[in-house]
Design a protein around this ligand. Structure first.
Ligand code: PRP
Ligand code: URA
Length: 205
């Protein structure tokens, strides 16, 4: 299931992120903001349990998340988006999956995977700003499932229609949340209009 996370402030920050005139500091700042704003929609259906809380006046009903949350950014660019989620989900654990796309074949290559021990028992949010061919996100989701995760959602900034189809074919059970669904991929499998290379722009490389 594809969810378009739309909000006036997200649209405004996304414009800054896309702009070729935004240098790394502005790019970083806007990406953190969008992630924080997206977090609200991405987590809207997390289950909660009823607890009791004592205010200065009396006891009343409170709520707590039913399961721990694990944030899993795909290296490198996912790290930038993860920051915003971690600022809201302050108790979330963080795992990392490292993948890079081969420049010729556009196929993802895995080079790192470190997930918390309780990943299987958690609500997992896989994070990467770009869903282009969908190969990186789908391979990362395979790793999460190998670790026993069953409650996974994928949050990205910009998705290409090709990536959405490819990801949904391999992982029909994982909802996709994106701030924008762009036109297409170009001949280098970059998203058009997109934002260019997310990792290079976020890390200033
Ligand atoms: C980018 C991006 C995704 C991937 C998306 O990473 O951050 O991980 O490409 O492409 P796909 O959907 O076609 O697989 P990249 O491989 O450039 O690595 P980097 O983040 O280390 O720069
Ligand atoms: N990776 C990026 O960083 N940008 C794209 O447009 C596609 C893949």
């Amino acid at each position: 299931m594809f969810h378009h996370v739309d909000h006036p402030i997200i649209r405004e920050r996304l414009t800054q992120i896309r702009s070729v005139d935004s240098e790394t500091p502005a790019f970083r700042h806007a990406l953190h903001d969008v992630a924080r704003l997206m977090c609200f929609s991405v987590t809207a259906d997390l289950e909660t349990e009823t607890t009791e809380v004592e205010t200065p006046l009396k006891k009343t009903e409170g709520h707590t998340l039913s399961r721990p949350v694990v944030l899993v950014p795909i290296l490198r660019a996912g790290v930038g988006m993860m920051q915003g989620f971690a600022e809201i989900l302050t108790e979330a654990s963080v795992g990392y999956i490292g993948l890079y796309r081969d420049e010729e074949t556009h196929q993802p290559h895995a080079y790192y995977c470190k997930l918390p021990d309780h990943t299987a028992a958690s609500d997992v949010i896989l994070i990467d700003p770009m869903l282009a061919t969908g190969g990186s996100a789908a391979d990362a989701a395979d790793e999460l499932k190998k670790a026993g995760a069953t409650r996974i959602r994928f949050a990205c900034l910009i998705a290409a229609p090709e990536g959405v189809s490819a990801f949904e074919e391999r992982h029909p059970d994982i909802p996709i949340y994106a701030a924008a669904l762009d036109e297409k991929l170009n001949e280098n499998a970059y998203i058009v209009p997109g934002l260019g290379d997310a990792g290079d722009r976020y890390f200033g490389t």
